[in-house]
Design a protein. Structure first.
Length: 959
RNA sequence: AGGCACGUAGCUCAGUGGGAGAGCACUACCUUGACACGGUAGGGGUCCGCGGUUCAAUCCCGCGCGUGCCUACCA
């Protein structure tokens, strides 16, 4: 009555995963009770934007978080993982408006605020649900009873409260300052939301005539802004222009006169304007250039706005240009300047151009009244907290990036002229202009009593609510039990790309409002790219969707999506890219394989992911599956309780064979490694340790050794000793497997749960692997002697296989070998475990003392293992003396080199005097071993030579 | 321009002040009663270059070259 038929040869995640997903959810295993007396461990999921679906970057971050949460939960912590999503104000705007434009050729202004909001909410419902379904699919053990949204009631309240308090404290204020205007989305965006890149542009040199005759030449990359010039600036130290200070120029095309001002500015350590650059004179357009604005403030210049909010030229520019787009105006102005003889020349020039991260529009610097957060006092606290180690960054070097930003921080513009988001809790009086910031709409103007007050039209930057997230989700501003239990979080796991956007703001807000850092550690993940290191992008056709890894997708399915999604690029080019990148489609590999792969590959700043790489871990999952399948096929008659009782007695433990002691020892070492690796966020090391233990030790060696004891033959059945032995091996195999499953569960929860449920185990264990106890390394089981003995057995077996293979002896054919072992200790070990070698290498072995043995036959292959063992494999006519000599000589060469290195070292008085004793001793030991090894190799070579002098002459000259 | 990181096998990447590693790829062999999503063995590296510190450097320091990321208002 075996269970063979119960398990298929290949693991099928699509059949297994849904069952356990349902099981865990139905049993409420993901829920954390805020009133639990156990030690809390909390993580807040970085809320995905409700703009689409879960991408591979989310899958990576969330996998690592789930590993931590499941690990800590199994360790007995009150593990809480807060789920939620972000309203992603401008991102939703861009998508909805793009869609609106494509389908109906309308803008949000055609639709109106109410209707637009209705559509945005509908979008949120669809997208938000899709994301949480995907998170469940990947097995993330988020506490779904707590699911939040940045625009839900709770978050709204926190946002209003935070805004009002900051305003009352003078940390939020309104000011007219230079901002980044996105003329496509028609909103201001923060500095962080602008991507500046060098683009090809031109540098025009313009000739401005002086009022009293003569001229001054200025250079510009934006000639159209000359319509708003209010000065020409030169550096005070620039002697060429000293005589022009205070003079005026006739500004071409405008009929205006503007002054030449001398300024004394230093930027980047250089005088500004830099006399060494161009003519040294600069035109000044305070309303449309941040740098010129600064000059205008220093020099007291007027400010002329000539570009409006739609990016068009406006009065007071000459009527001719009013209404033109910036690009058209540029052409017209240049043409007119040229016609008027004001154009000196134009040349190609790389210009840094800011574009809105979301809409891609060229940013127009503008002077506007906006709401700001005074950042310096908040940042100061955050920087201090990091310096005091209250929050640490992993990898540690990211601390510097963070601190650099924090110490150079600028005020944060938080108002946006968008609709989807938190409306600013400020009311304006239409009569007297009073601004009232309040938690609820005031009934009338508090200055003039006018009831006609209107709420500020603007909404808040989406990151304002995100900045409150670690505590708004826990009920702040109320003093909740949740907050007391789970704030601060233990760790924040996120990508380095939102360090400033989000991490910095949470630090500032958390410290300000709660007086405590929001999290003790910040772990920054890799950025996932394709295998070439290119960013994954739908427009590039290189996106690996985590769901496709789980479910699989044929090439045809991938191609069909181009039609459905209509990304804004040439569909044919895109299809070509997809065909190239996913020629074979994507096989269904399951969530476990993806999760394990992501954990194992998360090493450097970039994680280059490909289908092939995930396949390797799919194979690993399958390997584990088959090892378990083997175990289950051979566990009939096994009594877990009896075995457990047996292990708890000294006599029972003494009954363990060396391979049992070895695998149990290795397991405990690996448990310690995994635990230590997770403790310091080295997910890849933890995954690697499990991978190698399961594959290279459990499967390759222990299971192979166990087979001879487990196969149930009539002889075994009738032999009490062998039956007892079989029970022990069954017990060890089952125990090791069970512990391994617990160890691996945080990484790959589905397959481990599936196997664990099938495994015979003591009955007092809980009903699910995910609520068992995570293994703790038990030093009692670590057995250096067993590990050393096993190492020797492995080395001998491997070398025997090598000899067989070298001489073309079929692996299936058993062959006799002679093992000559120096020293009675090693000899006893080899003799004792001879059967293991014989089985592993398929040889029949005889052991002799190296000192006693007669010279080995010449027609034998020979090899040396370590310092003590020589393997002699008689091969009769099979042996190729020349090849054999070559091989041994090569080994000899290596040993000689090693010996000379060691001798040099040990012959160096300084080394002996200054190196630590244990290092010296170790080197001496090694020299001894290498010398003894050399002797054995030399002997082997000598016996070959003696018998085949002819062959030596013919083929061994080089030796 | 500044800051940070990186440069190790054909590729992707671990790693350590004292004997160079993994996976994939490659070569040869093996359909052995867990697994061909498998097994066995093998080849392959001036650890970017040049200096320095040290008894000892792939590892620490400096310079150079190359790559990536982030920050920045150069006309």
């Amino acid at each position: 009555m075996t269970t063979t038929s119960a398990l298929p040869k290949q693991y099928d995640p699509s059949e297994v995963e849904p069952r356990w997903r349902r099981f865990w959810l139905e049993n409420g295993f993901f829920h954390a009770d805020e009133a639990s007396p156990t030690v809390p461990y909390a993580i807040t999921l970085p809320p995905p934007n409700v703009t689409g679906s879960l991408h591979i970057g989310h899958a990576l971050g969330s996998t690592l978080q789930d590993i931590l949460i499941r690990w800590k939960r199994m360790q007995g912590f009150n593990a809480m993982w807060m789920p939620g999503s972000d309203h992603a104000s401008i991102a939703v705007h861009v998508l909805l408006e793009r869609d609106l434009k494509r389908r109906e050729h309308r803008t949000r202004f055609d639709l109106g605020r109410d209707e637009f909001m209705r559509q945005a909410w509908a979008w949120k419902e669809r997208s938000g649900n899709r994301i949480s379904e995907q998170e469940k699919l990947l097995g993330f053990s988020l506490d779904w009873t707590r699911e939040r949204f940045t625009m839900d009631e709770r978050s709204n309240r926190a946002v209003v409260e935070a805004f009002v308090r900051l305003y009352e404290e003078g940390l939020i204020f309104r000011a007219k300052r230079m901002i980044n205007w996105d003329p496509v989305s028609e909103t201001v965006v923060s500095d962080l939301e602008v991507d500046t890149a060098e683009e090809n542009g031109s540098l025009w040199e313009l000739r401005y005539p002086l009022a009293g005759g003569g001229e001054i030449v200025v250079a510009t990359t934006r000639p159209e802004t000359m319509l708003g010039d209010t000065a020409v600036a030169v550096h005070v130290s620039d002697a060429r222009y000293t005589h022009l200070h205070g003079k005026e120029v006739e500004l071409p095309l405008t009929g205006r006169r503007i002054p030449i001002v001398a300024v004394d500015l230093v930027r980047d350590g250089k005088p500004w304007p830099d006399p060494a650059f161009g003519s040294g004179a600069v035109k000044v357009t305070p309303a449309h250039d941040p740098s010129d604005y600064e000059v205008s403030q220093v020099a007291g210049l007027p400010i002329l706005q000539v570009i409006d909010l739609k990016g068009r030229i406006c009065a007071p520019a000459p009527a001719k240009y009013v209404g033109m787009s910036v690009a058209d105006a540029r052409k017209a102005v240049v043409a007119d300047l040229e016609a008027g003889g004001f154009l000196v020349g134009v040349k190609d020039h790389k210009v840094p151009r800011g574009r809105s991260q979301r809409s891609g529009a060229v940013i127009e610097p503008m002077l506007m009244q906006q709401w700001w957060v005074k950042a310096a006092p908040l940042a100061e606290k955050a920087a201090a907290a990091v310096e005091q180690g209250k929050t640490r960054f992993v990898p540690e070097h990211e601390t510097k990036t963070f601190m650099h930003w924090m110490t150079n921080i600028k005020d944060w513009c938080i108002s946006r002229q968008l609709w989807w988001g938190h409306r600013i809790p400020a009311w304006h009086c239409g009569t007297c202009g009073t601004i009232m910031v309040a938690r609820a709409a005031p009934g009338e103007c508090r200055t003039c009593g006018n009831p006609a007050i209107t709420q500020d039209e603007d909404i808040l930057d989406t990151w304002f609510s995100s900045g409150l997230w670690p505590f708004s989700t826990l009920g702040w501003p109320d003093k909740t039990r949740d907050l007391a239990t789970f704030y601060p979080n233990n760790v924040l796991v996120t990508g380095p790309d939102i360090l400033f956007f989000w991490v910095a703001r949470m630090m500032m807000m958390g410290l300000h409002f709660l007086g405590k850092v929001p999290f003790r550690a910040v772990y920054l993940t890799s950025i996932v790219t394709d295998e070439n290191g290119d960013k994954m992008s739908k427009t590039r056709g290189n996106v690996i969707d985590p769901l496709d890894i789980v479910h699989g997708a044929t090439l045809e399915q991938l191609l069909e999506r181009v039609e459905v999604e209509k990304p804004p690029v040439d569909p044919e080019t895109l299809r070509r890219a997809i065909r190239k990148n996913f020629a074979r489609g994507i096989p269904a590999m399951g969530a476990d394989a993806l999760r394990f792969a992501l954990a194992a590959l998360n090493t450097t700043q970039r994680l280059r992911l490909s289908v092939e790489r995930v396949e390797k871990y799919r194979n690993f999952i399958n390997k584990l599956w088959n090892a378990s399948r083997f175990a289950l096929m051979n566990l009939d008659g096994y009594d877990p309780e009896r075995f457990e009782a047996q292990l708890s007695t000294p006599a029972g433990r003494a009954a363990l064979g060396m391979p049992e002691r070895w695998i149990l020892s290795r397991l405990q070492v690996v448990v310690g490694e995994v635990d230590a690796a997770l403790e310091s966020f080295r997910f890849n090391d933890a995954a690697g340790a499990i991978f190698h233990f399961v594959w290279d030790e459990l499967c390759d060696w222990y299971i192979e050794i166990a087979k001879s004891h487990l196969y149930l033959t009539p002889e075994v059945e009738q032999d009490a000793t062998r039956n007892a032995r079989r029970h022990v091996v069954q017990g060890v195999l089952a125990t090791v497997l069970e512990t391994t499953l617990r160890l691996m569960h945080p990484f790959s929860p589905f397959v481990t749960e599936e196997i664990w449920q099938k495994l015979p185990k003591p009955s007092q264990l809980p009903g699910s692997l995910m609520i068992t106890v995570f293994p703790r390394s038990d030093a009692w089981w670590i057995d250096a002697a067993a590990e050393a003995e096993m190492r020797l057995v492995q080395d001998i077996a491997v070398t025997c296989r090598m000899l067989k293979q070298t001489y073309g002896v079929s692996p299936a054919q058993s062959i006799a070998v002679e093992l000559r072992v120096a020293g009675s200790g090693p000899r006893a070990t080899v003799e004792h475990h001879l059967a293991l070698v014989e089985r592993a290498a398929k040889v029949t072995a005889a052991v002799s003392g190296a000192e006693l043995a007669t010279a080995p036959p010449a027609d034998a292959a020979k090899a040396v293992v370590g310092a003590a063992v020589e393997i002699v494999m008689p091969l009769g006519g099979l042996i190729d003396v020349v090849a054999e000599r070559k091989r041994i000589a090569k080994d000899l060469g290596k040993v000689d080199k090693e010996i000379s290195t060691l001798e040099n070292k040990l012959g160096n008085a300084d080394f002996l005097a200054k190196a630590p004793e244990d290092v010296v001793a170790e080197q001496k030991l090694r020299l001894g071993e290498e010398q003894s090894r050399r002797q054995r190799l030399a002997d082997a070579l000598a016996t070959l030579s003696a018998s085949s002098a002819g062959a030596t002459e013919a083929g061994g000259g080089a030796l």
